[in-house]
Design a binder for this molecule. Sequence first.
Ligand SMILES: Cc1cc2nc3c(=O)[nH]c(=O)nc-3n(C[C@H](O)[C@H](O)[C@H](O)COP(=O)(O)O)c2cc1C
Length: 140
Amino acid sequence: MLVRLLYVSQPVGPVTTAVTSSLLSLSSRYNKQANISGVLCQGTGLYMQVLEGERTKVNQLFGKIMADKRHEHVELLSMEDITERQFGQWSMALVHLSKDDPMVKMGHPEFDPYAASSSDAMKLIQSLIKAGVPIDKADQ
Ligand SMILES: Cc1cc2nc3c(=O)[nH]c(=O)nc-3n(C[C@H](O)[C@H](O)[C@H](O)COP(=O)(O)O)c2cc1C
Protein backbone atom coordinates (compact mmCIF):
# COMPACT_ATOMS: atom_id res chain seq x y z
CA MET A 1 0.00 0.00 0.00
CA LEU A 2 1.52 3.26 -1.22
CA VAL A 3 0.82 6.46 0.75
CA ARG A 4 1.66 10.16 0.70
CA LEU A 5 2.08 11.95 4.02
CA LEU A 6 2.24 15.70 4.52
CA TYR A 7 3.21 17.47 7.73
CA VAL A 8 4.32 20.87 8.93
CA SER A 9 6.69 21.76 11.76
CA GLN A 10 8.89 24.52 13.12
CA PRO A 11 12.68 24.27 13.32
CA VAL A 12 14.18 24.65 16.78
CA GLY A 13 16.66 27.51 16.53
CA PRO A 14 17.94 29.02 13.32
CA VAL A 15 18.19 26.69 10.36
CA THR A 16 21.74 26.88 9.06
CA THR A 17 23.07 25.46 5.82
CA ALA A 18 25.10 22.95 7.84
CA VAL A 19 22.01 21.67 9.65
CA THR A 20 20.05 21.32 6.44
CA SER A 21 22.79 19.66 4.42
CA SER A 22 23.58 17.10 7.09
CA LEU A 23 19.88 16.39 7.40
CA LEU A 24 19.53 16.02 3.66
CA SER A 25 22.48 13.76 3.01
CA LEU A 26 21.37 11.43 5.79
CA SER A 27 17.77 11.59 4.59
CA SER A 28 18.44 10.84 0.96
CA ARG A 29 20.65 7.88 1.90
CA TYR A 30 18.02 6.34 4.15
CA ASN A 31 15.14 7.25 1.86
CA LYS A 32 16.74 5.53 -1.13
CA GLN A 33 17.19 2.41 0.91
CA ALA A 34 13.58 2.52 2.16
CA ASN A 35 12.27 3.58 -1.27
CA ILE A 36 10.85 6.81 0.12
CA SER A 37 10.55 9.88 -2.06
CA GLY A 38 9.51 13.41 -1.25
CA VAL A 39 10.13 17.07 -0.77
CA LEU A 40 11.29 19.07 2.22
CA CYS A 41 10.28 22.72 2.07
CA GLN A 42 12.29 24.96 4.32
CA GLY A 43 11.11 28.46 5.05
CA THR A 44 11.77 31.01 7.76
CA GLY A 45 10.66 29.22 10.90
CA LEU A 46 8.92 26.51 8.94
CA TYR A 47 9.31 23.03 7.53
CA MET A 48 6.78 21.33 5.29
CA GLN A 49 7.58 17.82 4.17
CA VAL A 50 5.98 15.29 1.85
CA LEU A 51 6.91 11.63 2.30
CA GLU A 52 5.83 9.01 -0.25
CA GLY A 53 6.34 5.29 -0.03
CA GLU A 54 5.09 2.03 1.44
CA ARG A 55 2.78 2.80 4.35
CA THR A 56 4.79 0.90 6.94
CA LYS A 57 8.05 2.57 5.88
CA VAL A 58 6.44 6.02 5.85
CA ASN A 59 4.96 5.43 9.32
CA GLN A 60 8.29 4.24 10.69
CA LEU A 61 10.11 7.27 9.31
CA PHE A 62 7.44 9.70 10.45
CA GLY A 63 7.72 8.24 13.96
CA LYS A 64 11.43 9.09 13.98
CA ILE A 65 10.84 12.51 12.47
CA MET A 66 8.21 13.34 15.12
CA ALA A 67 10.70 12.50 17.86
CA ASP A 68 13.47 14.59 16.29
CA LYS A 69 14.53 17.43 18.58
CA ARG A 70 15.62 19.60 15.67
CA HIS A 71 12.04 20.70 15.16
CA GLU A 72 8.82 21.07 17.17
CA HIS A 73 5.05 21.47 16.77
CA VAL A 74 5.01 18.65 14.24
CA GLU A 75 1.49 18.56 12.86
CA LEU A 76 0.23 15.90 10.49
CA LEU A 77 -1.78 17.53 7.69
CA SER A 78 -2.68 14.42 5.72
CA MET A 79 -1.91 10.84 4.87
CA GLU A 80 -3.59 9.41 1.81
CA ASP A 81 -3.49 6.21 -0.21
CA ILE A 82 -2.01 6.83 -3.64
CA THR A 83 -1.58 4.80 -6.79
CA GLU A 84 1.43 6.71 -8.05
CA ARG A 85 4.11 8.98 -6.65
CA GLN A 86 4.28 12.68 -7.45
CA PHE A 87 7.86 13.16 -6.32
CA GLY A 88 9.25 9.76 -7.30
CA GLN A 89 12.36 11.27 -8.88
CA TRP A 90 13.55 12.70 -5.56
CA SER A 91 14.73 10.73 -2.54
CA MET A 92 14.38 14.08 -0.78
CA ALA A 93 14.37 17.38 -2.63
CA LEU A 94 14.94 20.57 -0.71
CA VAL A 95 12.79 23.53 -1.65
CA HIS A 96 13.77 26.88 -0.16
CA LEU A 97 10.86 29.05 0.87
CA SER A 98 12.79 31.74 2.68
CA LYS A 99 14.65 34.98 1.90
CA ASP A 100 13.33 36.19 -1.44
CA ASP A 101 10.07 34.80 -0.32
CA PRO A 102 8.52 32.82 -3.12
CA MET A 103 5.26 32.77 -1.15
CA VAL A 104 4.99 36.53 -1.51
CA LYS A 105 5.98 36.39 -5.17
CA MET A 106 3.47 33.65 -5.79
CA GLY A 107 0.75 35.74 -4.20
CA HIS A 108 0.52 33.68 -1.01
CA PRO A 109 1.94 36.08 1.60
CA GLU A 110 -0.76 35.09 4.06
CA PHE A 111 -0.19 31.35 3.73
CA ASP A 112 -0.23 29.62 7.12
CA PRO A 113 0.19 25.85 6.76
CA TYR A 114 -1.07 25.29 10.33
CA ALA A 115 -4.37 26.85 9.34
CA ALA A 116 -4.54 25.72 5.69
CA SER A 117 -6.28 22.66 4.33
CA SER A 118 -3.89 19.89 3.36
CA SER A 119 -4.96 20.16 -0.27
CA ASP A 120 -4.07 23.87 -0.33
CA ALA A 121 -0.70 23.08 1.25
CA MET A 122 -0.03 20.38 -1.39
CA LYS A 123 -1.12 22.74 -4.17
CA LEU A 124 1.27 25.37 -2.88
CA ILE A 125 4.19 22.91 -2.86
CA GLN A 126 3.34 21.81 -6.40
CA SER A 127 3.02 25.39 -7.64
CA LEU A 128 6.36 26.35 -6.08
CA ILE A 129 8.06 23.43 -7.81
CA LYS A 130 6.38 24.25 -11.13
CA ALA A 131 7.44 27.88 -10.78
CA GLY A 132 11.04 26.70 -10.59
CA VAL A 133 11.88 27.47 -6.98
CA PRO A 134 15.47 26.28 -6.45
CA ILE A 135 15.67 22.59 -5.64
CA ASP A 136 18.70 20.89 -4.13
CA LYS A 137 19.60 17.26 -4.04
CA ALA A 138 17.19 16.39 -6.81
CA ASP A 139 18.32 12.82 -7.27
CA GLN A 140 16.98 9.37 -6.55
C1 LIG B 1 12.45 18.39 9.22
C2 LIG B 1 13.10 17.04 9.24
C3 LIG B 1 12.97 16.19 8.14
C4 LIG B 1 13.57 14.94 8.13
N1 LIG B 1 13.42 14.12 7.04
C5 LIG B 1 14.01 12.92 7.03
C6 LIG B 1 13.88 12.06 5.89
O1 LIG B 1 13.24 12.36 4.89
N2 LIG B 1 14.51 10.86 5.94
C7 LIG B 1 15.27 10.46 7.02
O2 LIG B 1 15.81 9.36 7.02
N3 LIG B 1 15.40 11.26 8.10
C8 LIG B 1 14.79 12.47 8.12
N4 LIG B 1 14.94 13.27 9.22
C9 LIG B 1 15.80 12.80 10.33
C10 LIG B 1 15.07 11.85 11.26
O3 LIG B 1 14.29 12.60 12.17
C11 LIG B 1 16.06 10.96 12.03
O4 LIG B 1 17.04 11.75 12.64
C12 LIG B 1 16.74 9.98 11.10
O5 LIG B 1 15.77 9.22 10.45
C13 LIG B 1 17.75 9.06 11.84
O6 LIG B 1 17.10 8.36 12.83
P1 LIG B 1 17.82 7.15 13.61
O7 LIG B 1 19.12 7.68 14.03
O8 LIG B 1 16.89 6.85 14.75
O9 LIG B 1 17.90 6.03 12.63
C14 LIG B 1 14.33 14.52 9.25
C15 LIG B 1 14.45 15.37 10.36
C16 LIG B 1 13.85 16.62 10.36
C17 LIG B 1 14.02 17.53 11.54
